[in-house]
Design a protein around this ligand. Structure first.
Ligand code: HEC
Ligand code: HEC
Length: 321
C-alpha cells in the first residue's frame, strides 16, 4: 500500500510538472461566473489618488487603457503606447502598463534598453521568438506580439519611451512554503486567491497573485504582486545565480551585470516576475525563444532542471530592482 502511494505521488508530481506548462497560464472557465459576481462591468470605478472614472469594460479596452496618473510620466506618452495604431496594433500600455511593470501573464518593459526592446520586436516579427506552439491557449494569446505589426517608427517611439520609465519594485514578497492558498486563473489569465479560501500543495509551481485584486483588475500602475515558491527555492536560486552551482550554469552577473540590473543590451533580471522568468528559461531551453542573441543563453540553461528554473525565478523575483 505504502509503495503504491509513493508511486502515485511520483506520477502525479511529474504529470503536474511536465514542461512547466503551468507557467503559461490559461483561464479557468469553470470559475468565470464567480469572478463576475462582484464586478459590474458597466459601473464606474475609481482608484485612490486619481480623479479618473472608468468602468471595467473601458478598463479592458485594448485601444484606450486607463492612464490613472497622467501627470506622472517622464515624457509625453507616444500614441502607440496609449492608443495603439489601428486594428492590428493594440496599445502597448493595455498589457505592459503605463509604468512598464507588466503583469505576470505579459512582461515588464521598464528598465530595458532601446536596443533590447527593438531586438525583441524584430525577433517577434520574424517568428524566431515565442511563436505559438502546441494547444496551450496562453501560447496562442502570447503570440499577439508576433502578430502585431507596428511600423519601425512606432517601435522606436515605444522603445524610447519605455526605456526612460523609472523601474518600480513590483514584487512585494516571495514567500516560501509547500502549502499555499488555493487560487484560480481568472479573466485575462491572471491568478487570484480562490473566493472559497482554503489551501493546497504548491506542487513545484510558482504562484503569483496581486497584492490587491481590485487594483490589479483596474490595472493600477503601482499595485504589485505577491509570490509563493516551493520551500528551499531562494537558497538554491541564489547558489545557481551567483556561483553557477558547481558548473550547473554560469554566474548570471557575468552578462546581466552587477546586481543583475542589466549590462548594455543584456536585460535586467532583478525584481522581475518569477512566472515570466520561468517561461523565458523554459523557452530558451526548449528552443522556443531563438532570437538573435538567444544563443548566449543556451549554455546557461542547458543543464537546468525544472526545479532549478523555479528556484532561479523565485530568487530573481526576490531581488530589489
Ligand atoms: C495584448 C497584450 C499585449 C500588448 C497590447 C502588447 N504586448 Fe508586448 N508582450 C505581451 C506578452 C504576452 C509578451 C510575452 C510574455 C512572455 O514571453 O511570456 C510580451 C512581450 C513583449 C516584449 C518582450 C519583453 C522582454 O523582456 O523580452 C516586448 C519588448 C514587448 N512585448 C513590447 C511591446 C510593445 C512595444 C507593444 C506596443 C506596440 C506591446 N508589447 C503590446 C503582450 C502584449
Ligand atoms: C553568456 C552571457 C549570459 C549569461 C552567463 C546569462 N545570460 Fe541570460 N541573457 C543573455 C542575453 C544576451 C539575453 C538576451 C537574449 C535575447 O535577446 O533574446 C539574456 C536573456 C535572459 C532572460 C530573458 C529576460 C527577458 O526580459 O526576457 C532571462 C530570464 C535570463 N537571461 C536569465 C539568466 C539567468 C538566470 C542566468 C544565470 C543562471 C543568465 N541569464 C546567464 C546572456 C546571458
Amino acid at each position: 500500500m505504502r509503495l503504491l502511494i509513493v508511486l502515485l505521488t511520483l506520477v502525479t508530481t511529474f504529470a503536474a510538472r511536465a514542461d512547466l506548462e503551468w507557467a503559461y497560464q490559461v483561464m479557468d472557465e469553470s470559475l468565470l461566473p464567480q469572478r463576475d459576481l462582484d464586478i459590474d462591468l458597466h459601473a464606474p470605478r475609481m482608484v485612490p489618488g486619481s480623479s479618473l472614472q472608468r468602468s471595467q469594460d473601458e478598463i479592458d479596452d485594448h485601444w484606450n487603457p486607463p492612464d490613472w496618473f497622467p501627470n506622472s510620466h517622464h515624457a509625453p506618452v507616444p500614441e502607440v503606447v496609449a492608443r495603439g495604431a489601428g486594428e492590428n496594433v493594440r496599445a502597448c500600455a493595455a498589457c505592459h502598463g503605463f509604468t512598464g511593470a507588466g503583469h505576470p501573464e505579459s512582461a515588464h518593459l521598464a528598465g530595458l534598453t532601446v536596443g533590447y526592446i527593438t531586438r525583441q520586436m524584430a525577433d517577434f516579427r520574424s517568428g524566431a521568438t515565442r511563436s505559438p506552439s502546441g494547444s496551450n491557449a496562453m501560447r496562442r494569446d502570447r503570440s499577439w506580439m508576433n502578430r502585431f505589426d507596428p511600423t519601425d517608427e512606432q517601435i522606436q517611439e515605444a522603445a524610447e519611451w519605455y526605456a526612460g520609465v523609472e523601474v518600480i519594485d513590483w514584487i512585494d514578497e516571495v514567500i516560501e512554503g509547500d502549502i499555499v492558498p488555493k487560487t484560480y486563473i481568472g479573466d485575462g489569465r491572471m491568478r487570484h486567491i480562490h473566493p472559497d479560501g482554503g489551501t493546497e500543495p504548491i506542487n513545484g509551481r510558482i504562484i503569483e497573485v496581486p497584492q490587491d485584486r481590485e487594483l490589479a483588475t483596474a490595472r493600477h500602475p503601482y499595485s504589485g504582486f505577491t509570490v509563493y515558491a516551493p520551500a528551499g527555492s531562494l537558497a538554491r536560486g541564489e547558489d545557481l545565480a551567483t556561483t553557477g552551482a558547481n558548473g550547473t550554469t554560469f554566474a548570471c552577473s557575468t552578462c546581466h551585470g552587477q546586481d543583475l540590473n542589466g549590462l548594455g543590451d543584456v536585460p535586467r533580471l532583478a525584481g522581475i516576475s518569477p512566472l515570466y522568468t520561468v517561461r523565458q528559461l523554459n523557452d530558451f531551453r526548449s528552443g522556443e525563444r531563438a532570437g538573435t542573441l538567444a544563443s548566449l543563453m543556451t549554455l546557461a540553461v542547458a543543464n537546468l532542471t525544472d526545479e532549478d528554473i523555479v528556484a532561479l525565478a523565485a530568487y530573481l523575483g526576490s531581488l530589489d530592482p
